[in-house]
Design a protein around this ligand. Structure first.
Ligand SMILES: Cc1cc2nc3c(=O)[nH]c(=O)nc-3n(C[C@H](O)[C@H](O)[C@H](O)COP(=O)(O)OP(=O)(O)OC[C@H]3O[C@@H](n4cnc5c(N)ncnc54)[C@H](O)[C@@H]3O)c2cc1C
Length: 462
């Protein structure tokens, strides 16, 4: 081993960690030894990225929408850091082209049913990101260590000198002149979930297996060095999934076109409060925290099947419960029949708009009469055409928002100044408030992961 070489350790093999390690190895050109450690075994590593379709909010591979920064600030209810999002917008085109150069092909995907902001998607989604960037990183000389959990950052005074890791129950200290933390949020830690979201969060389903490794380790390690917090600690990205499915991310996103009830057959939510990606987080959270038994039921009629491309909005492998009457449907799904019949009758009576206006692809303005509580603001079409259909749904968490404060150079902040040699990117960094800006998580992991890798090498060289 060449002892004169400097060392960079990157923690986490998701989009952020891979971008950081690859960028560092490419610019370090052998002078900086880059090691990427992941807590998971090789066939499970890749975190949420591995399970994600990875839609990215880009007008094209080399173009963001002109309104990007404004849209990000609006999504965060103006609590977000404008410099952070402006940096994201500025570097996104070159970063996407760089990812493309590593063998990842981008397509313009068709997205669920409702139209939203433009997006690109890596062909093959998250698994392809993990595969191609890992190959590129290996080729660039990055060493990978699996089953290797980062536990502590070791310092000599203010200077980072190592990263303590645990592997097969053994602790060792890897030499490190700088560390890039890309090891996700805390959705995989039940106790922390409960601490921040309240009772019931500890049993919330993970939307896919990758999240279980993200237990807030990096956040804790950096905070032990005095790192500043950022992001909404009561914020998480969650979506409604089919309670019966055992697949990853079996989302059911047709609920806006019918009603959603609890076990008593009561509505509790404005199903048409916005496009599906504007309502899914609150629907999933209300289901988890406000319904008896933490379960909800989307009830629709056969006209769902006439909506062009409706299958795109259902990622469950389990067909819906189906019956000729509402009472039979209620019995099939374990909902109070009288409650369901009464709720649907009240809903139908409030559906006084012209059903010809119904348009699943946009907020169609077909709202229910003002007497309906809770309201239904769009797609209020009566449920009258058997067979009646139902999906039992639970809320599932994808990732959490609370994390580390970083600046535009991906440096972890302590007060106004950076912690020397410490960088972070991806879910581990806060920056999200209120609701997750749609299709931005992978994009920001790439952009700030790459910046972190480049900055860490500059720091080491300096
Ligand atoms: C089903 C699903 C769909 C999604 N869809 C989209 C989408 O379309 N668009 C979008 O932008 N986002 C989407 N997301 C979110 C997005 O995929 C993630 O937020 C993003 O990929 C996170 O990347 P990351 O690199 O920060 O973290 P991750 O990809 O989660 O990687 C973190 C890595 O750190 C490792 N790790 C954790 N702790 C340690 C430790 N102590 N030591 C070593 N390693 C550790 C983990 O094993 C993991 O490999 C989706 C997420 C899911 C689950």
């Amino acid at each position: 081993m060449d002892e004169s070489r400097k060392n960079l350790v990157v923690v986490g093999q998701g989009a952020a960690g891979l971008a950081a390690a690859l960028a560092a190895a490419q610019v370090g050109r052998g002078a900086v030894r880059v090691t990427l450690v992941d807590k998971a075994a090789a066939d499970e590593a890749g975190g949420n990225t591995r399970w994600s379709p990875s839609y990215m909010r880009m007008a094209a591979v080399d173009k963001v929408e002109p309104s990007f920064v404004h849209d990000m600030l609006a999504a965060t209810q103006y609590q977000g850091d404008e410099t952070y999002f402006a940096t994201l917008a500025c570097h996104a085109p070159e970063t996407c082209k760089w990812i493309q150069a590593q063998g990842v092909e981008f397509i313009q995907p068709t997205y669920y049913l409702a139209k939203g902001p433009p997006r690109i998607q890596p062909l093959g989604g998250g698994p392809v990101i993990v595969k191609q960037l890992t190959l590129a990183a290996q080729k660039a000389g990055v060493a990978f260590r699996y089953g290797c959990a980062a536990r502590d950052i070791v310092r000599d005074g203010e200077r980072i000198v190592g990263l303590q890791v645990e592997s097969n129950g053994q602790h060792e200290t890897l030499p490190a002149d700088a560390v890039v933390l890309c090891c996700g949020g805390f959705e995989g830690d039940g106790a922390k979930m409960r601490e921040h979201f309240g009772e019931g969060a500890e049993v919330m389903r993970l939307i896919s297996p990758g999240g279980k490794f993200n237990t807030g380790d990096g956040i804790k390690m950096a905070m032990a060095l005095g790192a500043e917090e950022s992001g909404d600690w009561n914020g998480m990205h969650a979506e409604p999934v089919d309670a019966r499915s055992t697949n990853s991310a079996p989302v059911v996103l047709v609920y806006p076109y019918g009603v959603v009830v609890d076990k008593n057959g009561q509505r509790f939510f404005d199903e048409g409060g916005g496009l599906v990606h504007e309502t899914w987080e609150w629907f999933a959270r209300d289901t988890q925290f406000k319904t008896p038994g933490r379960i909800a039921f989307a009830v629709l009629d056969s006209r769902l099947l006439a909506i062009d491309g409706y299958e795109r909005a259902i990622r469950s492998e389990v067909p819906p419960a189906r019956a000729e009457t509402l009472a039979e449907l209620a019995a099939l799904i374990g909902v109070d029949p009288a409650g369901l019949e009464k709720t649907v009758a009240a809903y139908n009576a409030a559906c006084t708009g012209d059903p010809a206006k119904f348009d699943a692809t946009r907020c169609d303005g077909l709202k229910a009469g003002a007497t309906l509580v809770p309201p239904k603001s769009n797609w209020a079409r009566a449920i009258t055409e058997p067979p009646f259909l139902a999906y039992p749904l639970v809320g599932a968490v994808a990732y959490t928002f609370g994390g580390l404060a970083t600046d535009a150079r991906a440096r972890v902040l302590r007060g106004a100044a950076p912690v020397p040699g410490l960088y972070a990117a991806g879910e581990i960094t806060g920056h999200f408030y209120a609701t997750a800006p749609n299709a931005v998580s992978v994009l920001r992991a790439f952009v700030f992961g790459r910046i972190a890798g480049l900055e860490a090498v500059s720091f080491i060289r300096a």
